[in-house]
Design a protein around this ligand. Structure first.
Ligand code: VG1
Ligand code: CO
Length: 548
């Protein structure tokens, strides 16, 4: 076995986005592309986090999508050549993103590499991705991802061990050169952690009482987790987890748990004789969609309900020190925090911004409007955990989901919410649209737009309250005097052109309105949002391509 040092020229497009580097599978398949990025991670760490990987433990896993096995072998051979001491790998290369985060923490690893493009589609025409997580188990902060990008632009060679592929299908230890490889059960440690967080006895009672639950794993990574936890440990009937076998192309579907892509689950939940509770998660298992009979729960509302009911869960019996949400997420959780008298932080989009607050103990629960919810139990959003949180609440309260929601809105008011995505825009046009909005910000306050008056208009910038790091250009916010808000930002996870996201929110205290649909309540605001940004003129679109 010998270490090869292979000359390579930089790829210009290796800047990580909102959550790692995501590109088409065909881009990742270019000779040397994966190698250049992985070597850049190893090269960046001494400067970015103060230590190299030499002699350290790393965690490796992914969502099993097409190209994951090839990429895992590349990472393994490069880790050995770069001096990694021990590599913990999920069996068959599988680890959900939250499980990887948990393993990094549990084994005090130096960091981890997650091979996934998360909620992006997979398969030959789909996407692949690589994400680096640091020692707290969370996504590398901006400082680290920028250092990785800088290294990728200066790279001249990578190192890899010349050796045959390492079998990943059997639990246990092997060696590759000087490196120890430990193949671990991807589910066991994660399931044990969930048992420490939630009231499993009560959950078993719930299922014994005949409670009907359906979990759609969308042929992505959470299938084995769902079968083990919901069916084997909690006694939900076999078949509770559907589409539970991870497939490289997610069965041809898009593993994004929203009403559009999980339409069959939504249809089942709208049926008179449907289950009592439904849920789904995404490619790498960090997102969740939760849904009751006849009612889809918006992720922003879900975060607020979890905050309000946190004490029902053993992990949180002493209450929450504080909560956080990403900026475009609705302010439903702010209302709960205010009532509880705890802090509520507003961070830029992306889980990496919650890490310092969680580490400092300033928050214990956080979430994003994009169906991500998580807590201080690890440092990623966590789909199966969020579903267990809801089940735990339902097991204690024994009320229908719709009643819990209605009660929540009566108490805190309802934040009507919707997101409009305009996908596949030419990048230059999308950038011009944002530039134009930015340029117009100073003139907006006081202006009358439709039935609304602009109260404040700004581009969101964030100073991390723990480490003082500053992130700018995080979205255009237009605050309206009528308890409403519009946010515009460009996606940082897409791989085709640009995606404009328009987030619409409007608060209503009066319960008489709470039963009205979001679309109807937000239609006037949507019209104003489209007009203010001149989406038709600037982007040539009269309708969003996705509404969630
Ligand atoms: C999107 C979401 C963001 C989320 C990110 C990663 O980013 O808006 O809230 O953290 O995806 O989620 P963007 O930049 O496309 O809006 V996942 O489950 O794809 O890791
Ligand atoms: Co994800």
């Amino acid at each position: 076995m010998s270490i090869r040092t292979v000359p390579i020229t930089p790829f210009p497009d290796q800047r990580p986005g909102t959550s790692g580097l995501r590109k088409k599978v065909s881009v990742f398949r270019q000779p040397g592309y994966v190698e250049a990025f992985i070597q850049s991670i190893f090269d960046a760490l001494p400067e970015a986090v103060g230590e190299s990987v030499v002699g350290k433990t790393l965690v490796l896993g992914g969502d099993g999508r097409l190209f994951a096995i090839e990429a895992a072998q590349t990472v393994i051979h490069m880790a050995a050549a770069n001096g990694v001491g021990r590599l913990l790998v999920g069996r068959d290369g599988l680890l959900s993103t939250p499980a990887a985060s948990g393993l990094i923490r549990q084994y005090r690893a130096f960091g981890g590499i997650v091979l996934s493009a998360s909620h992006n589609p997979g398969g030959p025409g789909g996407d692949f991705g690589i994400k680096y997580n640091v020692g707290n188990g969370g996504p590398a902060p901006e400082r680290v991802t920028e250092a990785i990008f800088r290294c990728s632009q200066q790279i001249s060679c990578y190192r890899a061990l010349e050796a045959p592929a390492v079998p990943l299908d059997r639990i246990g230890e092997t060696r590759l050169g000087e490196m120890t490889i430990e193949i671990v059960d991807p589910v066991a440690d994660y399931a044990a952690l969930m048992e420490r967080i939630f009231d499993f006895d009560r959950l078993r009672d719930l299922f014994r009482s005949g409670f009907r639950f359906r979990f759609d794993a969308m042929h992505a990574v959470t299938g084995p987790y769902a079968v083990e936890i919901f069916e084997r440990r909690l006694g939900a009937p076999p078949g509770t987890a559907i589409n539970a076998e991870p497939l490289p192309d997610f069965g041809g579907h898009h593993p994004d748990p929203n009403p559009t892509h999980a339409a069959a689950l939504v249809a089942a939940m709208m049926d008179q004789n449907g289950p009592d509770f439904g849920a789904a998660s995404d490619g790498d298992g960090d997102r969740n969609m939760v849904i009751g009979p006849g009612c889809v729960i918006s992720p922003s509302d879900s975060l607020a309900v979890l905050a309000a009911n946190a004490r029902l869960v053993p992990w949180f019996t002493r209450g929450l020190p504080g909560v956080a949400r990403s900026m475009p997420t609705s302010r439903a959780v702010d209302a709960v925090a205010a009532a509880l008298g705890i802090a509520c932080y507003e961070t830029p989009t992306g889980w990496k911004y919650f890490g310092t607050l969680l580490d400092a103990g300033q928050i214990a629960l956080c979430g994003e409007e994009s169906a991500g919810t998580g807590s201080d139990h690890l440092r990623e959003k966590d789909g199966v955990w969020a579903v267990l949180f809801w089940l735990n609440i339902l097991a204690v309260r024994r009320e229908p989901v719709a009643a819990i929601l209605a009660d929540h809105w009566r108490r805190y008011g309802r934040h009507f919410y919707v997101r409009h995505d305009y996908e596949g825009l030419p990048a230059d046009r999308a950038a011009r649209l944002i530039d134009r909005l930015r340029a117009g910000l100073p003139t907006l306050p006081g202006q009358r737009v439709g039935a609304f008056t602009v109260a404040r208009a700004e581009e969101f910038a964030y100073t991390d309250p723990v480490d003082g790091s500053v992130s700018i250009g995080q979205g255009i916010c237009v605050e309206l005097a009528e308890a409403a808000r519009i946010v515009y930002r460009l996606s940082g996870t897409g791989t085709e052109g640009a995606t404009l996201r328009v987030y619409l929110e409007r608060f209503e205290a009066d319960p008489a309105w709470h039963g009205t649909g979001s679309a109807a309540m937000l239609a006037p605001l949507a019209a104003v949002a489209a007009a203010l940004a001149d989406i038709a003129g600037m982007a040539g679109r009269s309708q969003p391509s996705v509404v969630v």
